[in-house]
Ligand binder design. Structure first.
Ligand code: 13P
Ligand code: SF4
Length: 311
């Protein structure tokens, strides 16, 4: 394993000097997770961003996450170590398409997955994550919901709530999870007969139906901690194995598919965030994520409205 000792020491010193924190997504490289003040899923990190007293937040995750943190913290400096770290889901929904769907279904509440641009979020009624989507949609008065951009998560929510889910756009997809096929499950089950299968709801229904547990990345960590089983197959982005190894050290975790077998195992955007870029981000205070005030306010309202429904 790589030796991160020196760079981690330097980053920790910089954090202290600048009253900065690092929020790291569960998919980050091992060293990035070690240097993060908090690691978590999208919901958890958004809440941590809202509650921090730090002057600077370095978001070790993809751009929409840093943008969300900036919208929630207008008085703080939010830095993205690499603003080119995008997301295929976020890229699949543009504001024009969303406005057209809103016109077609004027009475349907707009529920957007957190993996969207802040400009789309500003047009949403609720902003959900993989851990909150089913609960929020169940709690809404309407039986018809405009939901985007992940078509797989939309199918899962439809199945769990029985409500009519209008997908916006019709086929938004995560390039990692949407590549999973049933054959991956058959092979992994054969190789690891004693392991339970945990799957992320961005995966196709045929994977979710074959899983022993479906949940967000944080929910997977909790499931692995609490379940007496010792082995788990993990149907989500392969960086998740780092989070599981750090947080549940006494158990075994196997990726559904390896990076050698399918490039789809690793998210190319998550992989763009490195320790070197985090250090550079702190030294030069780059790249600051700016969200126009009116857009940030609207997105923040939708996020807070969602949090109230979860109380
Ligand atoms: P969660 O960490 O919220 O489960 O989301 C996974 C994801 O794909 C983020 O890009
Ligand atoms: Fe987007 Fe999928 Fe990468 Fe998550 S794993 S950032 S949803 S492309």
């Amino acid at each position: 394993m790589a030796d991160y000792t020196e760079i981690i020491k330097q980053i920790k010193e910089l954090k202290k000097q600048k009253n900065a924190i690092i929020l790291g997504h569960n998919y980050m490289d091992y060293g990035v997770q070690l240097v993060s003040d908090f690691t978590g899923d999208s919901y958890d990190l958004a809440v941590k961003a809202l509650r921090t007293n730090a002057d600077i937040i370095v978001f070790a995750g993809v751009y929409f996450m840093a943008e969300q943190a900036a919208a929630l913290n207008q008085d703080k400096k939010v830095l993205s170590p690499d603003p080119n770290a995008g997301c295929s889901l976020s890229d699949s929904l543009d504001v024009k398409t969303l406005k057209e769907f809103k016109e077609m279904y004027p009475t349907a509440p707009v529920v957007l997955y957190i993996n969207t641009s802040i400009y789309a979020k500003a047009l949403a009624d609720y902003i959900v994550t993989s851990s909150t989507a089913v609960k929020i949609v169940k709690n809404l008065d309407s039986d018809v919901i405009l939901f985007g951009p992940d078509a797989n998560l939309a199918n899962f929510v439809e199945k769990k709530t029985g409500k009519k889910i209008i997908k916006v756009p019709p086929n938004g997809r995560c390039l990692v999870h949407a590549s999973y096929v049933r054959q991956f499950v058959n092979l992994a089950r054969k190789k690891y007969p004693n392991a339970l299968l945990m799957a992320h709801p961005e995966s196709p229904l045929e994977i979710l139906e074959a899983a022993d547990f479906v949940g967000s990345t944080n929910q997977m960590i909790n499931f692995a901690k609490e379940n007496p089983n010792k082995e788990f197959i993990v149907a989500t982005e392969i960086g998740m194995i780092n989070a599981l190894k750090i947080q549940v050290p006494n158990k075994e975790f196997y990726p559904l598919i390896s990076t050698e077998a399918c490039a789809c195992a690793r998210c190319p955007y998550m992989a763009m965030i490195t320790l070197e870029k985090i250090k550079n981000s702190l030294v030069n205070e780059v790249t600051e994520v700016k969200v126009p005030k009116d857009v940030a306010e609207k997105a923040k309202e939708a996020f807070e409205r969602t949090m109230k429904l979860l109380e």
